[in-house]
Ligand binder design. Structure first.
Ligand code: SF4
Ligand code: SF4
Length: 137
């Protein structure tokens, strides 16, 4: 299986897609630090904590508080889920799903060939970061 991908300049479609942004404990600390907030203050304002996972709260009118006109306002420390997209296990491991994801991501099918090994390494990072979502013990 060969994959092509190149994030398209000016595109923020994945940040606008209906869904939740799950974060890791490290993401929480990194984003709080980036914003000059304590972890506790950041969590209170922006995070919902479940027994086995954390996710960002969503504003009423958009999908993410950190999506601004110019793009992601926490880009250097954005969550693993955002940084690794579209190389998620459910897309990388399923040719049909990868092709269908073009509807949501115009960068799929464009740009340089990505070695499947590299794509799988990124996908593995997702499984490590979000074990509850991927049934990893
Ligand atoms: S939808 Fe795809 S091309 Fe657009 S910003 Fe997200 S990753 Fe990049
Ligand atoms: S954290 Fe940044 S990259 Fe992730 S959904 Fe929000 S704006 Fe997009």
């Amino acid at each position: 299986m060969t994959l092509r991908f190149e994030c398209q300049s000016g595109c923020t479609r994945c940040c606008d897609t209906q869904g939740f942004v799950y974060i890791t404990e490290t993401d929480l600390l990194n984003i709080a630090g980036h914003l000059g907030m304590t972890a506790a203050a950041f969590e209170k304002k922006y995070v919902i904590r479940y027994p086995t996972m954390l996710r960002l709260r969503k504003p009423r009118a958009s999908q993410c508080y950190f999506l601004k006109e110019s793009g992601c306002s926490v880009h250097p420390v954005k969550p693993v889920q955002c940084r690794t997209y579209p190389f998620w296990p459910e897309l990388v491991e399923n040719r049909k799903a990868w092709k269908e994801e073009r509807v949501r991501c115009p960068g799929i099918g464009k740009g340089p060939l990505i070695q499947i090994g590299s794509a799988c390494e990124i996908a593995a990072e997702m499984k490590t970061a979000y074990p509850a979502q991927y049934d990893v013990d």
